[in-house]
Design a protein. Structure first.
Length: 170
């Protein structure tokens, strides 16, 4: 049975034992921490974002993307990672986190990553752009979304095309 209680550190240790980034135990823990939504969960996630290992940084980013009450504190950490991270999966997760938070202040970071060499990162950008364009939508963000709609990777192009369509329907 996945942990539902315990210290934040116990929960994080349990999540780190799940080596699958999409694993059920890992995402159960992230869900529990999202429901807690407390300062301790944020602090621990921020600590993970500065860790040396990719699995720890990945977990930290995924937790931060679910902690909307801490968006003002989370965005600078995620924007720093967007500018400094080398691992494509961490960058992908940063972009998904931006999308979950839906804050237009992340738009410059998303636009910067929209032209990344790795299709996973561009896919994350296509997902995030629709959510962070602002209202009215930022023209540079819309241009980036349209550019991704013509991407050579079918998944990236498909997700970006959906974002363009949804924005046009508003």
């Amino acid at each position: 049975m996945p942990p539902a209680e315990g210290t934040v550190r116990d929960l994080i240790d349990a999540a780190l034992r799940d080596s699958d980034p999409d694993g059920p135990l890992r995402w159960h823990v992230i869900s529990v921490l999202r429901q807690r939504g407390d300062l301790e969960s944020f602090i621990e996630a921020r600590r993970l974002c500065a860790a040396e290992t990719v699995p720890e940084r990945l977990l930290g980013v995924d937790i931060m993307g679910m902690l909307r009450p801490f968006a003002d504190r989370t965005l600078p950490v995620l924007r720093f990672l967007a500018a400094s991270e080398d691992d494509a999966m961490v960058l992908y997760s940063v972009l998904i986190a931006f999308g979950h938070l839906g804050d237009p202040r992340s738009l410059p970071s998303v636009i910067d990553l929209a032209g990344h060499d790795d299709a996973r990162v561009r896919y994350g950008a296509a997902y995030a752009l629709h959510h962070v364009l602002g209202d009215p939508p930022d023209p540079a963000g819309l241009d980036a979304l349209r550019m991704l709609a013509g991407d050579s990777d079918a998944d990236v192009a498909g997700w970006a095309s959906l974002g363009v369509t949804l924005r046009s329907a508003r």
